[in-house]
Design a protein around this ligand. Structure first.
Ligand code: UD1
Length: 415
């Protein structure tokens, strides 16, 4: 599928930004921990959510939608093995390992594949489960975990992996006794998962810090939970407004994007918050940012890196971006160069020299965020940009074309 963007329009309008993809995916896995109905409001209708719910249905859950509400009934989940194709489509499916272990003490799952941004192994997840008393075995690409003994009370991750932190929490909430997780990830999505689990009855403290303590409980209840706004979707639309040189209003629920706002402000983008609305203006042009390095939260997020590569390519100076989380995240630089950007990549560093014009081209998305970065580049370019392989964008963005139109930008699907 192609998305066509015609550049040269200044954004003007308003938009309600979707709920957070990276928060809802672990919550969907978490519903396996209770035997009741859970309702997630403000849930984005995106491909990654559909892939996770397909897995849920396969293990016996009932899933339905009412407008923006995702309704999940896990009373009849019986299967402890997930082997169907959707698992390979989405990396977050590995999170079912933690929740199935919590519910059934045994779980088997087809390993999610790597993707274009890097190899993305799951060794930290498996080592943590082993430390917590699981015996792990692998047959071809199916991994099996079974709880054999009580295991350690303290588990330390070698790196603050977001997924491994979530998986440990998911298993630990129904585990007997106390679990202390050290070197945990601190991303806002971890806090949101814990907030959701606490509402279900879990006892967790320390989330958002390096050490998280989980006191096991015997059961969890179904809840109605309203998902907060997606911080990277907020950044994407705010960058489009800034890059177009226009001004628009973004409506949000729960402000979890301090880091994104801090870095956007460095580019000269102005943001004024009134209640649940953020007015974004980019009328003074894009300033270069001398040095940005991606890091675990609260550092600059790797998911924002491609977007900044695109935005800074139209700045009036030189910027340096260093990628430290995923090894292949500069693939988009080649596509941006086709549009006239001056970006030189050497290893994990990209030097971006701002140019005065980008021009429309046929370009190709290679992952979700590179696709969003190309839409942004299309907004800033002269003429028409065609973004091929745009199904990647729909993995994480709900109605991106319609949203761009709400901001007064010119975009359409070309089938
Ligand atoms: C999550 C986010 C993703 C974001 C990333 C980093 C979701 C659904 N996805 O991905 O959007 O870009 O955090 O903020 O929330 N690693 C290992 N072994 C492991 C686990 C991770 O080597 O067992 C490595 C990865 O290859 C990567 C780094 O650790 O280099 C960070 O990965 P991690 O924080 O686990 O990212 P995800 O949870 O996959």
């Amino acid at each position: 599928m192609l998305i066509e963007v015609e550049g040269g329009r200044k954004a003007a309008g308003e938009l309600t930004v979707q709920g957070a993809k990276n928060a809802v995916l672990p919550m969907i896995a978490a519903t396996v921990l209770c035997r009741q109905t859970t309702v997630i409001e403000n849930c984005p209708r995106i491909q990654d959510v559909y892939s996770m719910t397909a897995v849920l249905k396969d293990i016996g859950a009932k899933v339905s939608w009412e407008e923006d509400k995702l309704i999940i009934d896990t009373a009849s989940v019986t299967k402890s093995e997930i082997t169907q194709k959707e698992v390979g489509d989405i990396r977050a499916s590995i999170l079912f390992l933690g929740s199935m272990l919590g519910r059934m003490q045994v779980a088997g799952i087809r390993l999610p594949g790597g993707c274009s941004i890097g190899a993305r192994p799951v060794d930290y997840h498996l080592a943590a489960f082993s430390a917590m008393g699981a015996e792990t075995s692998q047959q071809e690409d199916v991994i099996c975990c079974e709880i054999r003994n009580r295991g350690a009370e303290r588990v330390k991750l070698p790196y603050p992996s977001v997924g491994a932190t979530e998986n440990v929490i998911l298993y630990a909430v129904l585990r007997k006794g106390t679990t202390i997780l050290e070197n945990a990830a601190k991303e806002p999505e971890i806090r949101e998962l814990c907030e959701f689990l606490r509402q279900m009855g879990a006892l967790i403290s320390g989330d958002g810090e390096e050490c998280i303590t989980i006191q096991g409980v015997s059961e969890l209840q179904g809840v109605v939970y309203r998902l907060k706004t997606d911080r990277i979707a907020f950044l994407t639309y705010a960058a489009m407004v800034a890059g177009s040189g226009g001004s628009a209003c973004l409506r949000v629920y729960g402000d979890t994007f301090e880091a994104e706002k801090k870095y956007l402000a460095m580019t000269g983008c102005r943001m004024e918050t009134t209640g649940d609305q953020i007015r974004v203006s980019g009328e003074g042009g894009i300033r270069p940012v001398p040095y940005i390095r991606t890091e675990p939260y609260p550092g600059f997020p790797t998911d924002a890196q491609s977007l900044f590569l695109a935005l800074l390519s139209r700045s009036y100076g030189e910027s340096l971006i260093e990628e430290n989380v995923f090894e292949n995240r500069f693939l988009v630089a080649g596509q941006l160069r086709k549009m006239g950007a001056d970006i030189e990549v050497a290893g994990q560093r990209a030097c971006v020299r701002g140019v005065t014009r980008l021009h429309g081209e046929m370009v190709q998305a290679t992952d979700l965020r590179s696709g969003a970065a190309l839409l942004l580049a299309g907004v800033m370019a002269e003429g028409k940009t065609m973004v091929d392989q745009s199904h990647y964008i729909l993995r994480g963005y709900e109605i991106p074309v319609e949203n761009m139109q709400s901001l007064g930008l010119c975009a359409r699907y070309v089938v």
